[in-house]
Design a protein around this ligand. Structure first.
Ligand SMILES: *Cc1c(COP(=O)(O)O)cnc(C)c1O
Length: 400
């Protein structure tokens, strides 16, 4: 499978208006990271040395004291929980996920019990952690957090994500202050965040970022932490971390991506994203059956997206039918499906290349025209769509 294979759309061409999605290969890896991963590939290196170099770059990028690179953010969560349970004790590290009577409670607001493709509570349990819930699905309060902290815990986990309940949660700075007051280390899952300075402000003990999301690196997780905790996370490679290790090519690729992220011209990047949004606004603003709106990012990342509300009676189809038809066409067009059940599709401008924004708008209009002309829409109920999606997700059988 050569570069030409993929450039020629070897498995079918994909236009990604969904954002960084693991199932679509996350992001385009930046050229600096590709070069660094290729450069190290033919050589032997000391992984300890590489990770010490990574620690310095992570410290510079995040303001944390130290850090290390993991296989991905999910691995970073598991290894951070492990670090908070075992510290740097090699015997305890080896014994996990058996905690041998060590404190293993991990405090988590119920509204942060998310699924990013897998369930975050499982990432905690993999390390031997036991989840202690704070509050309800859309409501958590400081007094509840305080009570759980007083009972003692190995760590608290705070998730910053559009997947989280969007209301009623305790703000990060207050959550962090409460953890600090009770001497419970705070892990922040910041996998999808652009701003890497959270370890510094508001001050969390371990912050975790995905290398393959905004940072445009190869698959990896960036753990930025207080020095002792970074060390305890790295030492998990002698235990459960072995099952989720990252190799030299990944480490070098992530270091290069991180260095280039620091030099990134974010103004120019944002200008390009806004240009995509205004081309969509122009093309879709007057389309019958659609209401469009530009919406800010849910967690404050410096970007906006296009929200398209489908009025079934006028559009001739349901939002989820539009999403499926965009995806099933050629090229395959992926939109964010987060609020699909509410009749909304969301289009992300970050990964579009020349001409692709126009392709997306044209196809939306064509799908609507077809649905109205052939009266083949408004026939799949939401529940049936959801069921079909769940079945499709389980349908992988390997090569036939
Ligand atoms: C994407 C994501 C993850 C998983 O990240 P990987 O690096 O792909 O393992 C975890 N938490 C949140 C909040 C995410 O957005």
């Amino acid at each position: 499978m050569s570069e030409e294979f993929f450039r020629g759309g070897g498995f079918g061409r994909i236009i990604n208006a969904a954002g960084t999605m693991t199932g679509l290969g996350a992001n385009r890896i930046c050229k600096e990271a590709i070069a660094a991963a290729a450069a190290v590939s033919p050589y032997f290196v000391s992984i300890d040395q590489l990770q010490a170099k990574a620690s310095k770059v992570i410290a510079r990028a995040t303001g944390a004291e130290a850090g290390c690179i993991t296989a991905c953010s999910a691995a970073g969560v598991t290894l951070s929980v492990a670090a908070c349970i075992t510290g740097d004790d090699p015997e305890k590290i080896e014994r996990l996920p058996d905690c041998g009577g060590e404190q293993n409670k991990v405090i988590l607001q119920s509204g942060h019990s998310i699924n990013y493709g897998a369930n975050i509570e499982q990432a905690i349990r993999l390390a031997g952690g036991r989840v202690v819930a704070v509050g309800g699905a859309t409501e958590a309060n400081i007094y509840q957090l305080r009570a759980r902290l007083r009972e003692g815990a190995a760590a608290a986990l705070y998730v910053v994500s559009h997947h989280c309940a969007q209301e009623g949660m305790i703000p990060l700075d207050e959550f962090a202050a409460e953890c600090r007051a009770h001497n419970v280390p705070l892990i922040a899952d910041m996998a999808s965040e652009y701003n890497l300075r959270v370890a510094e402000d508001p001050g969390v003990d371990i912050a975790i970022y995905s290398a393959h999301k905004f940072i445009a690196g190869p698959t990896g997780g960036i753990v930025a932490a207080r020095a002792g905790l970074a060390r305890a996370v790295y030492l998990q490679n002698r235990g459960i971390g072995r099952q989720m290790k990252i190799g030299k090519e990944g480490i070098c690729g992530v270091i290069a991506a991180l260095e280039s992220h620091l030099l990134r011209d974010s103004k120019e990047e944002q200008r390009q994203w806004r240009a995509v949004l205004s081309s969509w606004a122009k093309a879709l603003g007057e389309v019958r059956g659609l209401q469009i709106e530009t919406i800010p990012d849910w967690t404050g990342n410096p970007m906006e997206r296009l929200q398209v509300t489908v009025i079934p009676g006028e559009a001739g189809l349901f939002a989820w039918e539009l999403a499926a038809r965009l995806r099933d066409g050629d090229p395959m067009i992926f939109a964010r499906e987060q609020f699909l059940e509410h009749g909304r599709l969301i289009f992300d401008p970050c990964h579009l290349q020349d001409g692709e924004a126009e392709d997306v708008a044209r196809r939306i209009i064509a799908v609507l025209d077809d649905a109205r002309k052939n009266k083949n829409g408004c026939c799949l109920r939401w529940g049936d769509y959801k069921k079909a999606e769940a079945e499709a997700a389980m349908s992988w059988r390997g090569e036939r």
